[in-house]
Design a protein around this ligand. Sequence first.
Ligand code: C5P
Length: 231
Amino acid sequence: MTAQLNPCGDVAVLVPAAGAGVRLGPGRPKALRLLGGEPLLVHAVRRLAAAPSVHTIVVAAPAAEVAAVRDLLAPVAPVTVVPGGAERQASVAAALAAVPAGPQIVLVHDAARALTPPDLVESVAAAVRAGHDAVIPVLPVVDTIKEVDADEVVLGTVDRSALRAVQTPQGFRRAVLTAAHAAAGDPLTDDAGLVEKQGVPVSCVPGSEYALKVTRPFDLALAEHLLATGA
Ligand code: C5P
């Protein structure tokens, strides 16, 4: 059944889904790889559409797959699909340009985080609504982290108590994200990084293990298990 988005919601979600997924091995663009028989992107959009605050979803698809992605998502939820760019940052910028007037909170969410719970979407949006300009979901780092040189010789041990692993969705006041993208220079791997460069404070909320990014074959196997056990 096609989900309905909330016409009174205040959140637009941008979904960069235009990556090739090289680290996952040969095959279709990553967002279209199957998890439990359905593309990662379908799982991601279904969970976004289940978050009550979401008014708009804009997906940046691989340029050659825009029509196919529109057809794929039509039965899932009403989404806008635009061609992505060569870098993640360009894909986000393309999606941001397609957000209609209205929503004042913009979330950016990787299609590869296919099992992200709707509750996490809501908690990030709620923190922006409560007055934070930029909000990221984070998890503590569990491994000991070493810095190494080009020869893989250890330079030192980093204090992990001050480190966080960052997930998506990342949430922003719309004007803040728009200004950060307008000023963007070299591509970064997340949107909070652009906002930090503008001197805007970025706040953290607790992330979710279920929001893992499917990047390597092991992640896909783990996601298959989580899905089969009810995620
Ligand atoms: O490459 P990585 O796995 O970090 O990509 C994170 C997200 O950004 C994925 O959902 C991917 O599809 C997306 N992406 C994109 N356009 C690109 C590269 C990556 O939308 N050119």
